[in-house]
Design a protein around this ligand. Sequence first.
Ligand SMILES: [Fe+2]
Ligand SMILES: [Fe+2]
Length: 329
Amino acid sequence: MDGYLEDEFDIAQLVPGFRAPVAAGAPPADGAALDAADAGMRQWTSRAEGRFNPGSDLHRRETCRMFRDTFNPYRPAVLDWPRLAPAALARIVALPIWDIAVQTEGKARLRMAAYAGTVPDPDMRAALALNAWEENRHKEVLARMVAAYGIRLAPEAPYAWPADAERAYLVTGFSECIDSFFAFGLFEVARRSGLFPRELVDTFEPVMQEECRHILLFANWIAWHRAGLSPWRRLRFEAKVAAVWAFLVWERIGLARAVEGDAAAQDNNFTLNGVQSVAFDPPALPELLALCLAENARRFAGYDERLLRPTTVPRLVRVALRLLGRRPS
Ligand SMILES: [Fe+2]
Ligand SMILES: [Fe+2]
C-alpha cells in the first residue's frame, strides 16, 4: 500500500517549462489562510472588459488566468483523516470506487500532461500542465486516504502513453464533464445523508470543486481550440469529438450492461448508479437529477459569466427530466 505514496510523477519532465506550484510559496498554515484559499478557488471575476470571444487572445488569457488565480495550495500530506466509527469505516471500505478512482486520476494526469506538452501557446500549456499536476495531487489524496483506512487496492497496470494526445485529452475532458456532473449531486446526497463523517466530506470538498474548475477549463479550451482551426482541420477535429462521444456512450452503456455479476464494471458507472451506497434513503431518479443540475449550477456560479460552461450533460438531463414529467428549474 505504501507504494502508492511513493508514486513519482514529474510533469516538468513531460511539459517543457512547467514548474510545480507548491515550490513557489508556502501552503497556507492557519485556518484563516485555508479559508481564504478555499473561497478563492470558488469565486473569480476577470478585471478585463468586454466579451470573451472564443478563440480570441482575451478569451485564452482570461481562461488561463482564472485557472491560475483559483488554484488552491492545499497539501495532501497535511490533510487530516478522521478516526472513523467501525460502521462508517466499513461503509467507506466497501464503496466500489477506490480502484477506478485511483486509476482514473492516474490516466488523467498522464493524458493531460501528454497533451499539454504539445500545446504551442505557453499560457494554455501551463494551465493544462497545472491541471495534470492537480490530477496527480488527487491521486495522492486518494493514496493517503486508502493507506489511512486500510482499503485494499488492485495493482495498477502501467499507464500507456497516448498515441493521439489530443484524443486522449478529449476522452478525459468529456469523461470529467459527465462524471463530475453526477458526482456533484451524489456528493451532496452523501453530505446530507450524514452517513459519512463531516470532516471526511470536508476533506473531499476542494477536490470536488477542483473538478468543476477542470471542466470549466476544458469547456473554454475546446472553444478556443476549435476557433483557431482551419476549416479542414476543424472538420477532422469534429469527427474526432464525435468519435470520442460515441466511445464514451458505448463505454457507459456497455459497462451498464456488464454490471450484473461484475463488480469491477460497477465501479466505472458509480457516478450513474451509486446513489444507494451513499444514503440510507436515496432520492428517486427525478430528484437526484434535479439535485445534480442544482449542484452543477451552484458550483459554477462563482466564476465569471463570460467563461463558457460545459453544456451537453446538463442539457441532456433537462430533457430527461421533462420526459420524466418534471420541469427542470
Ligand atoms: Fe481528478
Ligand atoms: Fe479533473
